[in-house]
Design a protein around this ligand. Structure first.
Ligand SMILES: Cc1ncc(COP(=O)(O)O)c(C=O)c1O
Length: 480
């Protein structure tokens, strides 16, 4: 069994195994003609159930054959231009190479003595990101597992900085279309059930700052403590960007922590054309960025950045075996002092490889392309009488709904849209997402693949219309 340990004596075995795996995936990527096969849970589950984990195959080729059957053949492929559903991007090759390197070397980024250069590389990327945001000389941050964790940590810091120990008095203000991790964090942080105050959005799904000002004033009058305002720079459904400068001004007025959730919009930090859309982000106390959404990085790759490095102390605990206090005076760098995690992947390496091979402009160009594609898609939808489209995109999502000319019952239109999404998924021809707007079912394209064309968008819209019409036709038959 020692032959499976990766070490000096098994380097050749490692090379062969990994090469075999890479070749399988490369062949798969090259020949995938649909984003999904349309397999059902009922068809796939028995294949996985049938595998006896206590009976290993002892042969890499056989295991890869089996993997083809239980995973690779029916996986959902984000690199396919007709995968248009969630905030998953196709990934860039330098980052995938970084992934291979980081898992083989397997550094852990908690302490210097488990990572050495890894710690310094992560720190440099954090500085690079805070520089792009414009957070100033005292800024710092840490890589995290994703936007959910970054938001949780931001709100932890905000809670600790708030001027009360009475958790029931703390309030967090976030737009009604902010990410649910804000509410989840409030719960995890022990805040009361009413802690998150939803702020209405305008027609473009941006936080209404008049309403925010009103709620802040109301909270102050009621003796409540405004712990944080979460501004979203790229909402999950609409890609809308809250008015950051006005929110920053209100945060200053009320002495409130300003967190910007730029999990999605962070791609604009590298944009050559649209960086100004997130102007005001530099005034935040903390910022979430998900490189695995708009920097074309494999999951996971995210970071929390803060204006003032000192605030990260709220996540610091010392363990004699790991990060004793004396390390601070010995000036030995420790990322664990800033993180909610202890053992932690060297995800930063993927971004490092990306910046070193492609450069930030390369990433920015790709993100600009998908934003432009979304703008074109919006024009197509706005001109197409079969569809109602919600907002003109600030980033790269389109939320729309099929509206048949002959049907007026909104519930029936809901059912037709739900059916179209399901039927499309079952066909595997394309994958789209769904959401609700004002209580009605809508469909969503999240465009993160620069290979997707307007012809793809047109073709998928025709497929959706076809499925919806089929549903409505059958439903009429059922009624008659
Ligand atoms: C705006 C926003 N914030 C946070 C998150 C959570 O990020 P993650 O899925 O990486 O935890 C998402 C995910 O879609 C998001 O869209």
């Amino acid at each position: 069994m020692r032959s499976h340990l990766l070490n000096d004596t098994t380097a050749e075995h490692y090379r062969r195994s990994v090469t075999q795996g890479v070749e399988r995936v490369a062949a798969k990527l090259a020949t995938t003609d649909r984003p999904f096969t349309g397999i059902t849970v009922d068809a796939l589950a028995p294949r996985i159930d049938a595998i006896d984990l206590d009976r290993p195959l002892h042969d890499t080729t056989a295991v890869l054959d089996e993997l083809e059957d239980v995973y690779l053949r029916d996986a959902v492929y984000f690199h396919h231009p007709r995968y248009l559903a969630h905030l998953n991007c196709p990934v860039v090759i330098p980052a995938v190479l970084g992934e291979a390197v980081l898992s083989a070397v397997n550094s852990s980024l908690d302490t210097w003595d488990q990572s050495a250069g890894g710690t310094l590389i992560e720190r440099k990327l954090i500085d690079w990101t805070t520089g792009r945001i414009g957070l100033g000389p005292a800024a710092d941050g840490v890589f995290t597992s994703g936007g959910t964790q970054s938001n949780l940590q931001a709100l932890l810091l905000a809670r600790e900085e708030a001027k009360t120990d009475d958790l029931t008095r703390l309030r967090v203000f976030a737009s009604e279309v902010s990410h649910f991790s804000v509410q989840k964090s409030a719960k995890l942080l022990g805040l009361g059930p009413d802690a998150v105050v939803p702020i209405p959005v305008d027609h473009d799904k941006r936080m209404q700052t008049v309403a925010l000002a009103h709620e802040l004033a109301r909270a102050a009058e009621a003796g409540l403590v405004p712990m944080a305002v979460v501004a979203t720079a790229g909402t999950t459904d609409f890609g809308s960007i809250d008015p950051l400068p006005e929110i920053a001004r209100l945060c200053e007025q009320y002495g409130t922590w300003m967190h910007v959730d730029a999990a999605y919009g962070c791609g604009l930090l590298a944009s050559l054309k649209h960086r100004d859309r997130i102007d005001g982000i530099e005034r935040a106390d903390s910022v979430t960025v998900d490189y695995h959404k708009s920097f074309f990085q494999p999951v996971s790759s995210s970071a929390l950045l803060v204006r003032d490095a000192v605030t990260l102390r709220h996540a610091t605990y010392h363990a004699e075996y790991l990060n004793p206090r004396r390390m601070v005076t010995e000036r030995i760098p420790n990322q664990v002092d800033k993180s909610l995690q202890t053992t932690r992947r060297f995800d930063a390496l993927k971004l490092w490889m990306t910046l070193r091979v492609m450069g930030a402009d390369g990433i920015g160009r790709l993100f600009d392309e998908v934003c432009e594609l979304a703008a074109e898609g919006w024009k197509l939808l706005a001109a197409d009488p079969r569809f109602d489209v919600v907002v003109e995109p600030s980033l790269s999502t389109l939320v729309f709904r099929y509206i048949p000319a002959a049907v007026t019952d909104p519930a029936e239109i809901d059912r037709a849209n739900l059916y179209a999404r399901k039927a499309l998924f079952a066909s595997g021809d394309a994958v789209v997402a769904g959401t609700k707007v004002a209580g009605r079912h809508y469909l969503k394209f999240t465009l993160l693949n620069p290979k997707t064309t307007t012809a793809d968008i047109t073709a998928v819209l025709d497929l959706i219309a076809g499925h919806a019409e089929q549903y409505l036709g059958e439903s009429l038959d059922r009624a008659s």
